[in-house]
Design a binder for this molecule. Structure first.
Ligand code: HEC
Length: 210
């Protein structure tokens, strides 16, 4: 009988320990079971879980930028660090731009009318229509990066076959990166572009984007 009491006593201690561990209380430190427990230390904001302290990782951003497996990959159109395409501007030139502006240009691209990279729509005399960015032109022909698909296709269009050239309704850059990438991946991309800024080596945090 004494043995049974001892065993059940042991069990009670084990159960009590379980309970107190689950509610993050130390045994005997506060009131009866069910009483409100103080906030466990792990729930308090710490340096690693305050939103403003999430750091962009330039190496992870570089991997996304040059990721050959991504259909709308940045490097098809942009050069950064001497690699990549020339459909859009060399992003080394915008590395000094504030992180917030870079972020906005990635998630909500705009076509600056009149810029060398502005999107144009070319209507041919046979009714075909091409949208993209003009690469260059000769007296009798122009070359256009057709951005209706990514990677863009370089087309040579004879000027005698062109009926009209207008500003395009949409920018040449895809506008779905906000849904294609997570916020952390976008932060990493911004951090990668900013890492090319020779005037600043300060990292980028999530707080810098808003
Ligand atoms: C299909 C081609 C294409 C792809 C893919 C693309 N961009 Fe762009 N991007 C452009 C063009 C063209 C412009 C210039 C728009 C203008 O000036 O009218 C641009 C502009 C930008 C700008 C603003 C530059 C400035 O001078 O203001 C940033 C930043 C940028 N892109 C980043 C990215 C990143 C990061 C990715 C990948 C996640 C990406 N782009 C993918 C074509 C592309």
């Amino acid at each position: 009988m004494r043995k049974i009491v001892a065993i059940s006593g042991c069990l009670a201690v084990v159960l009590w320990n379980c309970f107190t561990a689950a509610s993050a209380q130390s045994p005997g430190s506060s009131g009866p079971p069910g009483a409100p427990s103080p906030t466990p230390p792990a729930m308090k904001p710490s340096a690693s879980n305050v939103a403003g302290e999430v750091h962009g990782d330039p190496a992870a951003g570089r991997a996304i930028f040059f990721d050959a497996g991504q259909t709308e990959n940045c490097r098809f159109c942009h050069t950064l660090g001497d690699r990549g395409g020339h459909v859009g501007p060399d992003l080394r030139k915008v590395a000094t731009m504030p992180a917030r502006d870079l972020f906005l240009r990635i998630v909500a691209p705009r076509s600056a009318a009149g810029s060398a990279f502005a999107a144009i729509a070319v209507t041919m005399k046979d009714g075909q229509r091409f949208v993209g960015v003009k690469r260059d032109e000769a007296p009798d022909a122009m070359r256009l990066y057709d951005t209706s698909s990514v990677p863009p296709v370089l087309r040579t269009l004879l000027k005698t076959s062109v009926a009209a050239i207008n500003e395009a309704d949409e920018p040449a850059m895809p506008s779905d990166y906000a849904s294609r990438y997570s916020l952390k991946q976008l932060l990493d991309l911004v951090a990668f572009v900013k890492s090319m800024d020779p005037t600043s080596r300060a990292g980028v945090t999530l707080k810098d984007l808003f």
